[in-house]
Design a binder for this molecule. Structure first.
Ligand code: SF4
Length: 331
């Protein structure tokens, strides 16, 4: 295992993420075929791995399930029919820069394009962030969209990863939203408590404990090996701040597509105080075809999972269908 310094600030760890394949292989003592550094898929969506996540990978193991989520293998370059740039057709649900309105009663705020990690299966890996991130001075009209739509009761902070933003900027969004009486809940979709658990500071917890809102944080963990003591502590701090913790995973070939791994993930999540919520079928984005598990195999897997776990530990298998007002149950 690779050691990390536990007392670095989350900003230092974020700034120090590994940003190229050579460095990743060197740190893990691997010699791997990968996409060439000048391949457009890698230039547009480079490697990104933070040290705490790297520290949970096994040195010398090219099939480590955490590594496979971030390693840009040559398979990314295969062209596969049906895999496209915008598989969820989000460009049709983008009424103002920074706003996605896909679901009934809920809207997404795309508050940043940055992530602590680049997941090679990410459905937003080709998202046109440059056209979609208003500068702070231009957020007013996007926020007016939320103010004027009283059918909205929940705002989902998304991106990118919203917890890569400094507290002051996050706090500004929360403060703005608190002026709209119809907004009852805020939800954050984030991998930071897993990737850089140091991000869960006291000041962040104070921010999220705002009594004006019910606050939900949806982690994105795909494998039980992503958890360690520091992640447990981060989850505990969030729970103590009154934040409701849920998890969503993506079903990924070679990473978590076995009943034993998914059962272990559910057990591990619950021991950290997190409820398994969704298991997503892969969104068919260019570069990610090698991760796909077909619906028939996924359904067999779910039946085995249901036979293993109590119902509250079985996530719902879902897929997102463009234009639908909510996720669609796959079984
Ligand atoms: S953290 Fe989320 S938004 Fe960022 S690359 Fe991974 S899946 Fe995509």
């Amino acid at each position: 295992m690779i050691q990390t310094t536990n007392d670095s600030s989350w900003q230092e760890i974020l700034a120090g993420t590994i940003k190229n394949t050579e460095e990743l292989c060197r740190r893990l003592d691997l010699k791997q075929d990968a996409l060439p550094a000048d391949h457009p898929l890698l230039k547009n969506f480079p490697v990104r791995v933070p040290a705490p996540f790297l520290a949970r990978m096994e040195i010398g193991n090219p099939n480590d399930p955490l590594l496979l989520q971030v390693f840009p293998g040559a398979a990314e370059a295969n062209s596969t029919p049906g895999f496209i740039n915008d598989p969820l057709e989000e460009s049709n649900a983008n009424p103002h820069p920074g706003i996605l309105h896909k679901y009934k009663g809920r809207a997404l705020l795309l508050v940043t394009s940055s992530c602590a990690i680049h997941c090679r299966y990410c459905f937003r890996r080709h998202f046109p962030y440059a056209d979609n991130l208003p500068g702070r001075q231009h957020w007013r009209e996007s926020l007016d969209y939320i103010a004027n739509d009283t059918s909205l009761s929940e705002i989902i902070f998304s991106g990118g990863d919203p917890l890569t933003l400094p507290d002051a900027y996050l706090g500004w969004f929360i403060e703005e939203l608190s002026r709209f009486d119809h907004i009852k809940r805020i939800r954050l979709h984030t991998r930071l408590p897993i990737m850089i658990p140091q991000r869960i500071t006291e000041s962040l917890c104070e921010l999220l404990a705002n009594p004006r809102f019910q606050t939900i944080l949806v982690l994105h963990s795909n494998h039980p090996g992503e958890f360690d003591v520091e992640v447990d502590e981060a989850c505990q701090k969030l729970s103590q701040a009154g934040v409701c913790l849920l998890n969503q995973s993506v079903l990924l070939k070679g990473i978590n597509d076995s009943p034993a791994t998914l059962a272990a993930l559910s057990e591990r999540l619950f021991s950290a105080g997190v409820l398994p919520y969704y298991l997503h079928l892969l969104d068919r984005v260019i570069g990610a075809a090698h991760f796909e598990v077909n619906e028939k195999d996924a359904s067999v897997l779910m039946k085995k999972l249901q036979a293993t776990l109590p119902g509250y530990l079985v996530p719902k298998l879902v897929r997102e269908i463009p234009g639908e007002a909510a996720k669609t149950l796959a079984v």
